[in-house]
Design a protein around this ligand. Structure first.
Ligand code: ADE
Length: 227
């Protein structure tokens, strides 16, 4: 898979893709992530990329020209499946969306900044708008990193244990249950006996019941099938 990320603050996007699972996936050639600085495409002689909003209001708006030129300068060696704009007024990101996107071959992510981007960018090149939650961050870079991480771990071959992604919270509409490792007792707290029983059927049943219990308490909306 190939992911191109267009950003006004590309420095924010180096760390998240260097280590851990995404870093390893890149090293193995399972994903090709390229970050592009939209400022490099500004036709302004001071490399300006924002301006005052028409109609007034606070904050600056990213201008259309550098973003659209940056997008059009992407190599067309492979066709682009989706151009995703990360924005708090996008559709909320859910696991089913991540699953769908993980099947694509090439994605472009656009990270907004300041007060937003000129609506014509959205009208001209964006195919999908995604929010990572009902809170406002200073820009779309961290959301782009979140979305990339969620997608990359689903690419076949990225996770060592082929089944582990399927057992994640949300993949079957339930939150994850608790996890324990050694020692069997820590500061007076013992690992539940059932997990040491070796009885796989009982263990499965116990995990399932724990997951339902936690989901009922924390996220009853998941059980009633509403988002
Ligand atoms: N940009 C700023 N806040 C955001 C959010 N919550 N989701 C996606 N992009 C954003």
């Amino acid at each position: 898979m190939r992911i191109d990320i267009l950003s006004a603050v590309p420095d924010l996007l180096t760390g998240p893709f260097e280590g851990s699972i995404v870093g390893r996936a890149r090293a193995q050639g399972l994903v090709d992530i390229r970050v592009h600085d939209i400022r490099d495409f500004s036709s302004d002689r001071h490399r300006k990329i924002d301006d005052y909003p028409f109609g007034g209001g606070s904050g600056m708006v990213l201008t259309a020209q550098p973003i659209v030129d940056c997008f059009e300068a992407l190599d067309d060696s492979e066709s682009i499946d989706e151009v995703i704009f990360l924005t708090p007024d996008g559709l909320p990101l859910k696991q089913n969306v991540v699953n769908e996107l993980s099947l694509k071959r090439r994605l472009v992510l656009l990270a907004g900044h300041y007060k937003g981007v000129d609506q014509r960018v959205r009208d001209l090149i964006v195919t999908r708008e995604i929010s990572i939650g009902d809170y406002v961050l200073s820009g779309g870079e961290l959301p782009a990193a979140v979305l990339t991480d969620a997608i990359v771990r689903l690419i076949p071959g990225v996770l060592g244990d082929a089944t582990s992604a399927l057992e994640d919270s949300f993949q079957d509409g339930l939150l994850d249950g608790p996890a324990y490792t050694r020692p069997a007792e820590f500061r007076g707290l013992a690992v539940p006996e059932v997990l040491r029983s070796g009885d796989h059927a009982r263990i499965q049943e116990w995990f399932e019941a724990e997951r339902v219990k936690k989901t009922r308490i924390r996220r009853p909306d998941l059980l009633s099938g509403q988002d």
